[in-house]
Design a protein around this ligand. Structure first.
Ligand code: ADP
Ligand code: MG
Length: 206
């Protein structure tokens, strides 16, 4: 990984730390109130490995960070985000890092989240942000990077907002049935935060 990779780790951990209470409050409304706590534990553990991660190629670093998330996070979100990163890392391997290879890696990663969660977009989960962002990236590969970053963040924000009116059919929020409507999904919010953090670092380095 490079200095950019190390900045990605720090930025991801920072945004989770800054928004941990907000994520927990969202999860209190339709889950069990631990999403911020879960992710903070996981991303703090990843941040502690920044030096080791920085010494690896991006693919290997993503895999290692994913394994840490799977191991450190108790809730559903740890294995799901962990699977996302592990699959992205495997897809990238030691190969070149470009918009096209990142798009392909994200595609593989999102498929893994779907498989692991036995879920898809429309169930009021993180996939309601991850799937449209993946599709947006795939459709905009040829545009200049700053445009791609802006578009992705807009899609993430709109997709997050769309979870408010959804009824959850997966995860703990599904226990509430129609009463899950009217609240943002906590995992969709954390996905948006992470995507924004990644876009900010890539934007600074582009
Ligand atoms: P837990 O639900 O075990 O307490 P968290 O609170 O950390 O775990 O994470 C909850 C988030 O995980 C949800 O808001 C949702 O976005 C995501 N999630 C839960 N179940 C699934 C699933 N089957 N597929 C995709 N995402 C899911
Ligand atoms: Mg929870």
């Amino acid at each position: 990984m490079t200095a950019v990779g190390a900045r990605l780790v720090v930025a991801a951990a920072d945004t989770i730390r800054t928004h941990a209470d907000e994520l927990t409050t969202l999860d209190r409304a339709i889950g069990d109130g631990d999403h911020g706590i879960n992710l903070r534990r996981g991303f703090d553990a990843v941040a502690e490995q920044t030096e080791e991660l920085a010494a690896l190629p991006l693919g290997g670093a993503l895999e290692k960070a994913g394994v840490t998330l799977v191991m450190k996070v108790g809730g559903a979100s740890g294995p799901l985000y962990g699977s996302l990163l592990i699959a992205m890392g495997k897809s990238l391997g030691d190969g070149p890092v470009s918009v096209a290879t990142i798009a392909a890696a994200l595609s593989d990663g999102v498929e893994k989240v779907k498989a692991r969660g036995r879920s898809d977009a429309g169930a009021k989960t993180m996939l309601d942000v991850l799937v449209p962002v993946r599709e947006c990236l795939a459709a905009n590969l040829d545009r200049p990077v700053p445009d791609i970053l802006t578009t992705i963040q807009e899609v993430a924000d709109t997709s997050l907002e769309a979870t408010r009116d959804m009824v959850a059919t997966k995860g703990r929020a599904s226990f509430l049935g129609p009463r899950s409507r009217g609240h943002l999904d906590p995992g969709a919010r954390s996905s948006t935060l992470l995507i924004r953090a990644v876009c900010a670092v890539v934007g600074e380095s582009a």
